[in-house]
Design a protein around this ligand. Structure first.
Ligand code: MN
Length: 480
């Protein structure tokens, strides 16, 4: 959907209240006049870009202010309007969203100049004030990636790399999987075109070969669910091309050996019925026992919730089955942005509240911000702590804790509780005693052993800890 016009946007928002539609139309008119005469590299009028961004946002059922900001998002940077003028013509909220998006565009992660570092810091911390800024920026990046073919090869690769390094993790952190997978595929297409097209072709062949048995499963399960009057919807989903690429390259797998290449997505009305459905699926098809995951009672750190079970489907095909409620499915596809759809009137407040209380990415940002006075150290820490791979481990109560790769028991202890590290002596991981500098691995079950008479953290722990929060707590212990 690339050649859309104002009318498509108006249709998309046709169920918004009339005065909201009027304001969106007004934002379009204003942006169009301001961008008059500017063209994109594709030769199209510039306004097509903000229009598409607004359309992507409207598709997420974003609120009126966010859609207006999407239409206006490039006006501060590229035209002669000001934040004050936007505030006057529209409202303060829209003006500050546009301002926030403009600032992120200027963000330069690799710069070493103090001014840039200070600016980068301001931007990163502003993300924690209104998550809608990230969402608009993601929509902006998505449309730019969709139209990347018109840029030079150098620019294509540069943008694709930046997308993988910054925007894919951001999409992941707010749980916007649908956006994330499209950004990944578009990036791979420009970074490794030959591999991208090879996998795309194989994937298509596999999909048509597998149609029959997937729909056989789908209808069998559906028949039983209907007979038990469980409201449901079932869909077939295939892994995205980048996801397949990652498996093939990291685990040296053949495409035919990827156990979750296909998934049946089963959505039902209530949590109870998720577990009933699981029972139905397991009674029809044998599960692989160690592939079962209950992300409903143990949500991922970005609040993804679902039951996953891989079963032996027809003709020995392995098929992953994902079972969740309709609302969980919205969160699984759209992350935080799903609240626009689930609870429109209070969406904004719910989004910020959820972000504050449940999303670990947000907590880490806030912690790092409070810890570093020096801008360079702050930016570096964000890079190593937030934009790198993580390990996921369990507490003894079964909660999932996310830490940057390379983290040790020391990091775990301080993450769990600000004082726990001060009285820890060692720990138990998967039923075995380990020292404090044990490096955590995915799925470790971790319990910290404490002793109220311990001498407190040793100074050498500073080198053994990875997260800034743990280091900060150790230093504080010695500076009391
Ligand atoms: Mn833009």
């Amino acid at each position: 959907m690339n050649n859309i016009d104002l009318n498509d946007l108006l249709i998309k928002i046709s169920n918004y209240p009339e005065e909201e539609r009027k304001e969106i139309q007004k934002a379009y008119d204003f942006a169009q006049v301001l961008h008059e005469g500017q063209v994109r590299q594709s030769g199209e009028a510039y306004i097509t870009h903000p229009l598409n961004v607004a359309y992507i946002l409207a598709d997420m059922k974003a609120d009126k202010d966010t859609i207006c900001a999407g239409l206006l998002h490039d006006t501060l940077e590229d035209t002669n309007t000001t934040k004050e003028e936007i505030a006057e013509l529209f409202n303060k909220e829209i003006a500050s969203l546009v301002d926030g998006v403009t600032k992120i565009s200027k963000m330069n992660f690799s710069s070493k100049q103090e001014m840039n570092l200070a600016n980068t810091r301001k931007i990163i911390t502003s993300l924690t004030e209104d998550v809608r800024i990230i969402i608009i920026k993601l929509a902006d990046r998505l449309h730019n990636m969709r139209t990347l073919e018109f840029k030079s090869e150098f620019k294509q690769k540069e943008n694709a790399l930046e997308t993988m390094e910054i925007f894919v993790p951001l999409a992941y952190y707010i749980g916007a999987y649908r956006l994330k997978s499209e950004l990944e595929d578009l990036s791979l297409r420009y970074l490794r075109p030959a591999i991208y097209f090879k996998i795309a072709e194989k994937k298509e062949r596999f999909e048509s070969d597998s149609n029959n048995f997937l729909y056989e499963m789908l209808s069998k399960i559906k028949t039983i669910l209907e007979s038990k009057s469980i409201p449901n919807e079932i869909k077939v989903r295939t892994k995205n091309i980048y996801g397949i690429y990652k498996r093939i390259s990291e685990e040296n797998l053949k495409i035919s050996n990827i156990h979750d290449l296909f998934a049946l997505k089963i959505m039902v009305d209530e949590i109870d019925n998720c577990y009933r459905t699981l029972g139905i699926v397991h009674s029809l098809y044998h599960p692989i026992n160690d592939r079962f995951k209950d992300y409903i009672s143990n949500p991922k750190t970005n609040m993804y919730q679902s039951l996953h079970t891989t079963v032996f489907g027809p003709k020995e095909h392995l098929v992953q089955t994902q079972i969740r409620t309709f609302d969980m499915d919205k969160v699984a596809s759209f992350g935080l942005t799903a609240y626009w759809d689930i609870n429109e009137s209070a969406a904004r407040d719910i989004m910020q509240k959820e972000l504050r209380e449940k999303y670990q990415f947000f907590k880490s940002l806030v912690a790092i911000n409070s810890m570093f006075n020096d801008n360079k150290a702050f930016v570096n820490q964000v890079k190593t702590e937030i934009f790198t791979d993580n390990v996921y481990v369990y507490t003894s109560k079964g909660e999932i804790i996310e830490l940057p790769k390379g983290s040790t028991l020391i990091d775990f202890a301080y993450r769990l509780n600000p004082d726990l590290g001060n009285i820890m002596v060692d720990g138990i991981v998967n039923d075995e005693h380990v020292p404090v500098d044990y490096k955590l691995k995915n799925k470790d079950r971790v319990k910290i052993i404490t002793n109220d008479f311990s001498f407190g953290p040793r100074l050498e722990w500073l080198d053994k800890a990875q997260t800034s929060y743990a280091k900060k707590r150790i230093k504080e212990f010695y500076c009391r």
